[in-house]
Design a protein around this ligand. Structure first.
Ligand code: NDP
Length: 312
């Protein structure tokens, strides 16, 4: 009998307690699943299903664990944990991707179509300005992984001129794909609307500083559902104050919840959303976890393994 430890806050357990056993049974694995902080006989746990918000931080006792299966796409909260010697898989969930595509497309269209002007208009002025076409708008997506690629492709399908940037070079139909430092500079120069879907690593922390923000076209819009520390807050605020950056829609922050007095809350050119761009959907995510457990039991390679050295 395979033994699974579900190590995540109670609210997550409530979401998964029915769908996870069902998905594991559907995958043909006979398993017990327990939700506990200090399980008895930790050495006999086969898999740890894990949310980085769990209070479990020491993986040393899980000497028999074949893998730690992260419930979140972002792994910066666990990847540097030195007690973690087991393979680590991150979450790639079709429901999460779908939600992220909808959120990003929605926010890009808001800025592309200038919807704020119409929504805020209360002065009874009839001022017909036809919105531009997507084919005349340059959008850059930083990060072309599971989420960034799906967002970039959805925007390209609406005819936006989409440039993507990633660590390794890529060829993706309908996108201009760039990589490297020169590629980043070019991607930023083009970005009338910039979407950040990079993971937080040592290579991406503070990526958008004053020098890189200055490469953006005047009045560019930033949409950040990636991670807060990708952007240097003070440099962004200075660029917003100067009007160099026209608007920033921010879903993620260096400190979450965003502290009450933080200047982003009141800034007229900033939209704050509370880290809701997308979420793992328990029903589809349970199937992803179950498939990895099935693979582990069958001796097949795990899906979505994190490269610990790379940090994502
Ligand atoms: P992936 O690991 O699939 O993709 C990451 C992408 O970033 C890859 O294209 C990778 O390049 C690129 N990348 C990584 N490091 C660098 C670097 N130093 N320079 C250039 N490119 C780099 O991640 P996902 O798409 O699944 O998720 C992205 C992030 O989205 C998550 O890490 C998380 O922070 C955030 N997220 C936010 C949510 C929210 O609700 N706000 C919800 C879920 C995720 P390459 O392809 O060459 O490897």
């Amino acid at each position: 009998m395979t033994r699974i430890l579900f190590s995540a806050p109670r609210s997550d357990w409530e979401d998964y307690r029915d769908v996870l056993p069902a998905a594991i049974a559907d995958a043909g694995v006979e398993a017990t699943i327990e939700h506990a902080l200090d399980p008895e006989d930790p050495a006999s746990v086969d898999y740890v299903v894990y949310a980085p918000s769990s209070r479990l931080k020491d993986f040393t006792p899980f000497t028999g664990a074949k893998a730690v299966l992260n419930l979140w796409a972002g792994v910066e909260g666990i990847v540097g944990n030195e007690t973690l010697t087991q393979p680590l898989a991150r979450m790639v969930d079709p429901g999460l991707t779908e939600g992220m595509v909808e959120w990003c497309v929605g926010h890009v269209l808001r800025h592309h179509l200038g919807m704020d002007r119409d929504i805020l208009r209360r002065d009874a002025v009839w001022d017909p300005v036809a919105p531009p076409l997507a084919r005349d708008r340059e959008v850059t997506v930083l990060g072309l992984g599971e989420l960034g690629r799906a967002v970039a492709e959805a925007l390209a399908a609406l005819n936006f001129r989409v440039t993507g940037w990633s660590r390794t070079p890529k060829r993706i139909p309908e996108l201009t794909c760039l990589s490297g430092d020169d590629g980043l500079a070019e991607a930023l120069r083009r970005a009338e609307i910039l979407v950040l879907l990079l993971p937080l690593t040592e290579g991406t922390r503070d990526l958008l500083d004053a020098a890189r923000l200055s490469l953006l076209p005047e009045g560019a819009v930033i949409v950040n559902p990636g991670r807060g520390p990708l952007i240097v807050d003070d440099d962004l605020l200075a660029a917003l104050d100067a009007g160099r950056v026209g608007h920033a829609t921010l879903d993620v922050f260096r400190t979450e919840p965003l502290p009450e007095g933080h200047p982003f809350w009141a800034h007229p050119r900033v939209t704050v959303t509370p880290h809701i761009a997308s979420a793992t959907r328990p029903r589809s995510a349970a199937r992803v976890i179950a498939e990895n457990i099935r693979r582990g039991e069958a001796g097949e390679p795990f899906l979505y393994l994190v490269d610990r050295a790379r940090g994502y």
